[in-house]
Write a protein that binds this ligand. Structure first.
Ligand code: FEO
Length: 165
């Protein structure tokens, strides 16, 4: 069964959202590098790589289904953050929007009885739970750290140890 035009459009929008997330995380990595918080910068680089992998998963799926990938323009990512907590809170908001978009895509695939797309999207539904947890945990810890530079540096060191991608 050929993938429908409607689902192709929705997947192309999702590819754009994943690449925009990648761009935003790269901008956050640059912000942390400017503050010499290299652990958080490392964390953001790994996150950026994950977003590229998500985009490529959709890209490969479209090609496997004989769809047509159409890349769209990326907007300027956020540059200014009032604090490390602000950067992670913006990330969390972005991840929530990505989850909502994946869920809408899942609903569309079910409505169109596109079982292959529904099955492919299950991985993303689970992945978004992990994504929101990993960013949300950092938001919680940064809130606990408050204005204590020592606690912030400790979290930065912890972020430097992140090895998954
Ligand atoms: Fe690809 Fe962080 O969602």
């Amino acid at each position: 069964m050929k993938i429908s035009e409607k689902i192709q459009q929705a997947i192309n929008d999702q590819i754009n959202m994943e690449l925009a997330s990648s761009y935003a995380y790269l901008s956050m990595a640059a912000y942390f590098e400017s503050l010499a918080l290299d652990g958080f910068a490392h964390w953001m680089h790994l996150q950026r790589r994950e977003e590229d992998e998500h985009a490529m998963r959709f890209y490969n799926y479209m090609n496997d289904r004989d769809g047509r990938v159409m890349l769209k323009a990326l907007g300027e990512p956020p540059h200014e953050f009032s604090s490390p907590l602000d950067a992670f809170e913006q990330s969390l908001e972005n991840e929530r929007q990505v989850s909502a978009s994946i869920h809408a895509l899942y609903d569309l695939a079910q409505k169109e009885k596109d079982h292959a797309t529904t099955s492919m999207l299950k991985w993303f539904v689970d992945e978004q739970v992990e994504e929101e947890k990993s960013v949300g945990d950092m938001v919680d810890r940064l809130k606990l750290a408050g204005d204590h530079p020592g606690a912030l540096l400790l979290l930065d060191r912890e972020a430097a140890g992140r090895s998954d991608s």
